[in-house]
Design a protein around this ligand. Structure first.
Ligand SMILES: *[C@@H]1O[C@H](CO)[C@@H](O)[C@H](O)[C@H]1NC(C)=O
Ligand SMILES: *[C@@H]1O[C@H](CO)[C@@H](O)[C@H](O)[C@H]1NC(C)=O
Ligand SMILES: *[C@@H]1O[C@H](CO)[C@@H](O)[C@H](O)[C@H]1NC(C)=O
Ligand SMILES: *[C@@H]1O[C@H](CO)[C@@H](O)[C@H](O)[C@H]1NC(C)=O
Ligand SMILES: *[C@@H]1O[C@H](CO)[C@@H](O)[C@H](O)[C@H]1NC(C)=O
Length: 621
C-alpha cells in the first residue's frame, strides 16, 4: 500500500502545493518517502512525483521508480495474478520493467489490463511526453484529482483533505472508467485554456467517457483518437431471468416456507455444485491475499527479516460475525500458518440512546450533548439501556461473539483474537475531526460519515481481547485487512434488492445488481481504501477478486439469491449454502445488517437524518 501523488504544472510559475497533504500521504506509506521532479523546458511542463511506501513483503522498494529511459512509475497496487511476479521479485519493479518495454498506447494498455489485483498508478513516459494514470476496473485503490486553473496544475493523489490546496475546486475521485493520458506537448488547448484528458475506457457495455461532472473543471475528457479500450478483467453479468412459469411456482412455494424454520429451508436446498465452486474460487482469492505478506518472500540482497513473533497476526478480518466475514475468517484459517493468530476486528459504538426517556427529553438531552460533547466524556449510564448488559453490547458485538464460538469449533487449535473495539462519543468526535473527515472526502453523506468512522476504528484494531476471563488492551499488528465488501452487491444482500424484486421481479433485480457493481468504486471502495490505509494497513477485498466476480457474473441471478424465500435465507442464498459446506453453523442464517446499524454508530447521531443527506459533521472543523 502506498500514498502516491503527482503534481503536473503546465505553467513555469511555482504552483502552490500544500505540504499538509504529505503528512496524510505518509500515513499510508510510513516506510519510505521520496520526491522526484522532472522539468521539461519547451514546451514547458513540470511533474512532481511523490511516493510514500508501506513495506508489505520482500525487500523495500522505494518509489518513484525511474528507469534508464527516464520513465517514472508511481504504483499503488498488488499483482495477484495476470503478470508473473517471481518470489524474489517485487511487483513494483516488475510493473516498471513491463511498462518500460512499451512504446505505443496499445502496448501499455495490454500490460495494464493483464494485471489481476487492485491498483492505482501514475506513469510518465518520457520519450512520448505523456502522463498516464488510472484505477483498476472496480476502483479498489483510491485516486483523486483536482485542477487549479490559475496555476495550470493538475494534481493526482491517493488522499486529499477537507480543505483543498488553494481553496479552489474540490477534490473529485478519478472515475474508474479506464485509464487516462495527458499529452504533455499539447499544452493547454488554445482559446479555451482546457487540459485534455484522453480516455481509454474499459470495453464494457456501459463503458465510455466519465460524465463531465466527475471531471475537474477546465479539463475535458475525450475518447482517445485510436478508439482503443481495455478488455475488462471479468465477463459481463448474466442477465437471464427464469421463465415466467418458474417464477410463479417459486413464489408460491416460498409462501409455504415463509413461516417455517430457516434451518429447514436452507437444508431443503440441495447442496449444489455452484456452492462448492464458489467456495473454491473464494478460497483461492483469500489465499492470494493472505499469503502475499511481509516476510514470507526473501530478497537475496538483504538478510532474511526475522519472522514475526508467533503471537502476532499478519491478517485481520473486519468482523461482524455476519456470513460475509465468517466465510472470510473460515477461509483465512485454511491458508494462514497454523501457529499464527487471526485477528477479528469487531467495532461497537457506545449505546447511550436513552430509550426510557420521552421524545422531548431525548431532544433536550441531545441538544445538551451537542453542546458539551467536546468537553465532557459521556458516561455510560446503564439504567438508560436496561435491556443490555454493557453499553457496547451492540448487535454486531453479539453476533461477533457467536461467530467466534463457531470459528473456535471449526478450528480449536487456532488462536482467534476477538478484538473488541469500543468507541465512545468523545473518541468518535475526535477521530472524525482529526482524521476521518479528511479521508472520506470527496464523499460527504451521512452514510459515508457512519461507515467511514466505523471502518476507521475497526481497522485501527485497538481494543480489548478477553483472555481467561480478563480483558487486556490489545492493538492488532496485522497489516492486511480482509473486508467482505462486494458480497451484498453481487448476491443481492441488501433490503433494497428485496424491494426491487417485489416490485419488478427478476428483471428488476438483475438491473439493480448490474448498476450496483458498476458504482461500487465511487460509492465504497475509494473511501474504504483511504480510511483503512490511514493506519498504514492494506484493505484486501476477496469478494472482488477477478475470478470470484467472473464466476458470480456467469451465474444467473436465481442461483445466487432467491428473494421469494424469507430474510436470513433468500438473500445471498448461494453464499449460505457455501457457508454450510464450510462447516459453519447459525451464522449462515443471519439476515444482513448494515454496519452503521450493527455497530450502532447511526444511533449515536441524529436519527432523523437520511443516509443520503449531506453530513454536516464532516464539514465543521
Ligand atoms: C514500517 O513503518 C512502520 C510504522 O512506522 C513500522 O512499524 C515498521 O517497522 C516499518 N517496517 C519496516 C520494514 O521498516
Ligand atoms: C514491493 O515492494 C513494496 C515496497 O517495499 C512492497 O510494499 C511490496 O509488497 C513489494 N511487493 C512484492 C511482490 O514483494
Ligand atoms: C491532512 O490531514 C490533516 C489532519 O491530520 C488536516 O489538518 C489537513 O488539512 C489534511 N491535509 C489537507 C491538505 O487537507
Ligand atoms: C467493551 O465492550 C464489551 C461489551 O461488548 C464489554 O464487555 C467490555 O467490558 C468493554 N471493554 C471496555 C474496556 O470497556
Ligand atoms: C446464464 O445462465 C443461464 C442459466 O444457467 C445459462 O444457460 C447461460 O449460459 C448463462 N449465460 C452466460 C453468458 O453465462
Amino acid at each position: 500500500m502506498c500514498g502516491i501523488f503527482c503534481l503536473l504544472s503546465l505553467s513555469p510559475f511555482e504552483s502552490p502545493h500544500d505540504q499538509r497533504l504529505h503528512q496524510n500521504l505518509s500515513r499510508r506509506g510510513p516506510n519510505s518517502t521520496q520526491d522526484l521532479t522532472i522539468t521539461h523546458p519547451n514546451p514547458f511542463y513540470r511533474c512532481l512525483f511523490s511516493a510514500h511506501v508501506l513495506h508489505m513483503r520482500g525487500a523495500l522498494t522505494p518509489q518513484p521508480v525511474r528507469d534508464a529511459g527516464g520513465n517514472v512509475l508511481l504504483w499503488n497496487g498488488e499483482i495477484f495474478g495476470g503478470i508473473a511476479v517471481a518470489p524474489e521479485e517485487n511487483d513494483t519493479r516488475v510493473m516498471a520493467s513491463q511498462l518500460s518495454a512499451c512504446d505505443t498506447p496499445a502496448e501499455l494498455l495490454s500490460v495494464v489490463s493483464r494485471v489481476r489485483g487492485p491498483w492505482a498508478f501514475v506513469y510518465y513516459q518520457q520519450a512520448q511526453h505523456c502522463l498516464w494514470f488510472g484505477r483498476d476496473f472496480f476502483g479498489r485503490r483510491s485516486l483523486l484529482w483536482q485542477f487549479d486553473a490559475a496555476a495550470e496544475a493538475l494534481t493526482l493523489t491517493s488522499v486529499g483533505g477537507a480543505c483543498s490546496p488553494t481553496g479552489a475546486d474540490p477534490w473529485l475521485e478519478v472515475p474508474a472508467a479506464g485509464v487516462y493520458r495527458v499529452d504533455l506537448k499539447a499544452g493547454r488547448v488554445g482559446g479555451t485554456g482546457a487540459v485534455t484528458l484522453e480516455v481509454y475506457p474499459w470495453a464494457t457495455a456501459g463503458g465510455g467517457l466519465p460524465s463531465s461532472d466527475k471531471v475537474p473543471s477546465n479539463c475535458v475528457a475525450t475518447m482517445n483518437q485510436w478508439g482503443l479500450g481495455l478488455p475488462p478483467p471479468v465477463s459481463p453479468l448474466n442477465t437471464s431471468v427464469p421463465e415466467v412459469g418458474a417464477e410463479v411456482l417459486r413464489s408460491s412455494s416460498a409462501s409455504r416456507v415463509a413461516a417455517g424454520d430457516l434451518e429447514e429451508v436452507l437444508a431443503s436446498r440441495e447442496r449444489t455444485g455452484e456452492a462448492d465452486h464458489l467456495n473454491a474460487v473464494l478460497s483461492e482469492a483469500v489465499r492470494r491475499r493472505v499469503q502475499s505478506l511481509p516476510c514470507d518472500i526473501r530478497d537475496e540482497s538483504s538478510p532474511p527479516p526475522p519472522p514475526p513473533p508467533n503471537d502476532h497476526a499478519s491478517v485481520a478480518v473486519l468482523f461482524s460475525g455476519g456470513i460475509d466475514s465468517m466465510i472470510l475468517a473460515a477461509l483465512a484459517d485454511r491458508h494462514v500458518p497454523a501457529q499464527q493468530p487471526i485477528d477479528l476486528l469487531n467495532v461497537a459504538f457506545m449505546l447511550q440512546e436513552p430509550r426510557t426517556l420521552k421524545p422531548q427529553q431525548q431532544a433536550a438531552k441531545k441538544k445538551s450533548e451537542r453542546r458539551h460533547t467536546d468537553r465532557h466524556k459521556p458516561t455510560a449510564d446503564s439504567t438508560n439501556a436496561p435491556e443490555v448488559s454493557s453499553p457496547f453490547d451492540v448487535p454486531d458485538r453479539l453476533t461477533g461473539r457467536a461467530g467466534l464460538l463457531e470459528l473456535r469449533a471449526l478450528n480449536p487449535e487456532r488462536r482467534w483474537n476477538f478484538v473488541e473495539v469500543n468507541v465512545t462519543q468523545e473518541e468518535l468526535q475526535r477521530a472524525r475531526r482529526e482524521r476521518v473527515r479528511h479521508l472520506v472526502q470527496p464523499l460527504d453523506t451521512v452514510l459515508d460519515d457512519s461507515i467511514g468512522c466505523a471502518v476507521w476504528f475497526a481497522a485501527r484494531g485497538e481494543g480489548f481481547v478477553a483472555r481467561g476471563g480478563e480483558r487486556t488492551p490489545f492493538a492488532s499488528p496485522a497489516k492486511v485487512i480482509l473486508t467482505g465488501i462486494g458480497a451484498d452487491e453481487q448476491l443481492a444482500g441488501y433490503s433494497r434488492h428485496r424491494v426491487r424484486f417485489q416490485t419488478s421481479g427478476h428483471q428488476g433485480l438483475v438491473q439493480e445488481l448490474a448498476m450496483e457493481l458498476g458504482r461500487i468504486s465511487s460509492r465504497n471502495l475509494g473511501r474504504d481504501d483511504r480510511v483503512i490505509a490511514d493506519h498504514g494497513k492494506e484493505a484486501r477485498f476477496p469478494y472482488l477478486d477477478e475470478d470470484v466476480v467472473d464466476y458470480l457474473n456467469s451465474l444467473p441471478v436465481w442461483r445466487k439469491a432467491d428473494l421469494s424465500l424469507p430474510r436470513g435465507v433468500g438473500e445471498k442464498l448461494l453464499l449460505r449454502q457455501g457457508a454450510r459446506a464450510l462447516g459453519l453453523g447459525s451464522s449462515a442464517l443471519l439476515p444482513k445488517r448494515a454496519m452503521q446499524f450493527g455497530s450502532r454508530i447511526a444511533k449515536m447521531e441524529n436519527s432523523h437524518e437520511r443516509a443520503s443527506d449531506r453530513c454536516n459533521r464532516l464539514l465543521s472543523a
